[in-house]
Design a protein around this ligand. Structure first.
Ligand code: SAM
Length: 184
């Protein structure tokens, strides 16, 4: 059986660089932030965004529990403002769209206008041989619409500069899926 999470990690591992700069666009409980932090190592940098203070608190605990290097900037702001904070080229960007797992507040979900702006900004920050991975959750209405919006938007990029692929279980339309955007 295809394991989408293992596949995501394979994609990320083939682009992440020790000493590189990575961005977690949807920090949540910090599991992706911790993975990125260890992967870029103490000479690297991770910028992580969330609009909920609760996510920053939870991520601080995750980073501590996982003994991550001191290389993360946790930012309480929308990922759509990423260009105000990140001035370097990035080797990896991760979006895990939707709402904070276990928070009970599904209203604080990612939304199409800000997701679009953030993905466009993320693409503008990509270094050579870099990747943006976007996990989409079509099991809720805004997630389904975000997936459709991204599908349409990403078709417009020049394939000589970016390779955009989508990994989806075709016989399970409400299961999560992901886009991989790789720079040449
Ligand atoms: C599915 S969760 C991320 C899970 C996370 N990757 C983890 O490891 O726990 C999505 C997160 O995106 C956050 N979010 C929603 N809108 C956002 C925005 N405009 N900018 C940044 N984060 C946002 C939510 O608060 C939520 O914590």
């Amino acid at each position: 059986m295809v394991d989408l999470i293992a596949l995501e990690k394979e994609f990320l591992s083939s682009h992440i660089k020790e000493g590189g700069v990575a961005v977690d666009f949807t920090m949540g409980n910090g599991h992706d932030t911790a993975w990125l932090s260890k992967a870029v190592g103490e000479n690297g940098r991770v910028y992580a965004f969330d609009v909920q203070e609760k996510a920053l608190e939870s991520t601080r605990e995750t980073l501590k529990a996982e003994n991550c290097p001191d290389n993360c900037s946790l930012i309480l702001d929308s990922h759509s403002n990423v260009l105000d904070y990140v001035k370097e080229k990035i080797c990896v960007g991760v979006f895990n769209l939707g709402y904070l797992p276990g928070s009970g507040n599904k209203a604080l979900t990612t939304l199409r206008p800000t997701t679009k702006k953030a993905v466009e900004a993320a693409i503008s920050l990509l270094d050579k041989d870099a990747i943006i991975l976007i996990a989409v959750y079509p099991g809720h209405e805004e997630g389904r619409l975000e997936g459709e919006m991204l599908d349409e938007m990403l078709q417009g990029y020049d394939r000589r500069k970016l390779c955009v692929s989508k990994f989806k279980l075709v016989n399970s339309p409400t299961s999560p899926f992901f886009f991989a955007i790789e720079s040449k």
